[in-house]
Design a protein around this ligand. Structure first.
Ligand code: PMP
Length: 406
């Protein structure tokens, strides 16, 4: 079995050596964006140094090389998520783009009286596109509630889902709470009722290797930047039958078969959904990031991060006035908290002064904050390159911030 050598891994991430406000950086904002290893940066430099060219339409060598590398990345991503076919992997600019692409496609399928179920712990990017879809189609949005621990109430979902339900949307892992949702069970039940399911995998993908065939999920969306890849690129996995059924999202070059002013015909999958010049380098780098993470191993990553989570949770709970939001039985390495009487923004600002990067605010999940009747939280989220020593520094800094603010 592989052993986990965090100090060796940290050497791959030059940014972890920098100082912030005179202190060595402690980066605990991984749920927002993960850091990039040199192995991925090298791929980016290699692309721009050696074969930067537009893809899919050039006869010259550079264009063919870039096309090959881009399509190889698609296949890497296909294999990683175990999609049956490579054209079921659509490159996007990220999770938000993937969700909007599907929501737009359902405009021509849904009608008045149809129902859409969404979970109570969604990111705004998995709420707003569905609200816009409901406005366009007259379909109704219903919410699967959660309990005080930040877990979805499955029994309530069972009550809500019926033959009018056409779509179910939820995240695999909540970005605000870290809750891992029982998506397999939900997908099965939704399918029994004839509904399609889109899973927002943005927060799950850095920790859990999802198998889209095993899950039998209809759509699964992710962003590269949460998985050690660059920003502005991601993928939408869609079952072939669904992708065939949905109309194109954007019109433009690359997505057509023939164009005339009388009639245009669309290209086949995946190009039908990939209008315009894509983020070529980003897609190739995303493939490299997935290789990098698989070389370490997702199980090893998840186990180590879980140890960090347990260690930090226990230490935080020793602090008086500490309230942690989201204590689901299964969660990723995300801790959302407040200290009684203190504003999360003030804590976050003082932590930054001590070189520690955390997130404060509503985390693009205002309904979650409303549920707990708070304006926001401090969120610390760990990655496999974080250490116990960093957590110790963080705990000391939280205590110091508390002293200074009280
Ligand atoms: N869904 C979830 C659960 C997220 O955490 C995020 C990123 N914070 C998104 C969607 C949106 O991802 P992106 O901004 O990369 O499109």
């Amino acid at each position: 079995a592989k052993t986990f050598e965090v100090e060796k891994i940290r050497k791959d991430f030059p940014i972890l050596n920098r100082e912030v406000n005179g202190y060595p950086l402690v980066y605990f904002d991984n749920a927002a964006t993960a850091q990039t290893p040199t192995q991925v940066m090298d791929v980016i430099v290699d692309y721009y140094s050696n074969y930067n060219a537009n893809i899919h339409r050039g006869v010259h060598s550079l264009s063919q090389e870039a096309t090959d590398k881009y399509e190889q990345a698609r296949i890497k991503i296909q294999k990683h998520f175990n999609a049956e076919k490579s054209h079921e992997i659509i490159f996007t600019s990220g999770t938000t783009h993937g969700i909007n692409l599907v929501a737009n496609g359902f405009s021509s399928i849904l009608k008045k009286g149809d129902e859409i179920l969404v979970s109570a712990m969604e990111h705004h990017s998995n709420i707003v596109p569905w609200q816009m879809l409901c406005e366009r189609t007259g379909a109704e949005l219903k919410v699967i509630p959660m309990n005080d621990k930040g877990e979805l109430i499955y029994a309530e979902f069972e009550k809500l889902v019926n033959s009018n339900t056409k779509l179910v949307f939820l995240n695999h892992v909540s970005n605000a709470l870290g809750t891992v949702n029982p998506i397999k069970k939900i997908i099965q039940k939704a399918h029994e009722n004839g509904a399609a399911v889109l899973i927002d995998g943005a927060q799950a993908a850095p920790h859990i290797k999802a198998d889209v065939q095993e899950l039998d999920v209809d759509f699964y969306v992710v962003s590269a930047h949460k998985m050690c890849g660059p920003t502005g690129v991601g993928v939408l996995y869609g079952k072939e039958e669904w992708l065939e059924k949905l109309p194109p999202y954007q019109g433009g070059g690359e997505m057509i078969a023939t164009v005339s002013f009388e009639k245009t015909t669309y290209a086949g999958l995946p190009h039908k959904f990939e209008a315009g010049t894509p983020n070529i380098c980003g897609g190739i780098a995303f493939g490299a990031a997935i290789d990098y993470m698989n070389n370490i191993g997702f199980e090893i990553i998840a186990n180590y991060e879980h140890e960090l989570l347990e260690y930090a949770t226990a230490k935080l709970k020793e602090i008086e006035g500490m309230k942690i939001y989201g204590e689901a039985s299964e969660k990723t390495a995300v801790i959302s908290f407040n200290i009684e009487g203190l504003h999360p923004y003030d804590i976050g600002t003082l932590l930054d002064k001590m070189g520690i990067a955390v997130r404060t605010g509503h985390h693009c999940a205002q309904p979650v904050m409303d549920f707990f009747k708070i304006p926001g939280t401090v969120r610390a989220s760990f990655s496999f390159y974080n250490t116990y020593q960093e957590i110790d520094r963080f705990i000391e800094a939280v205590k110091k911030a508390k002293m200074m603010l009280q």
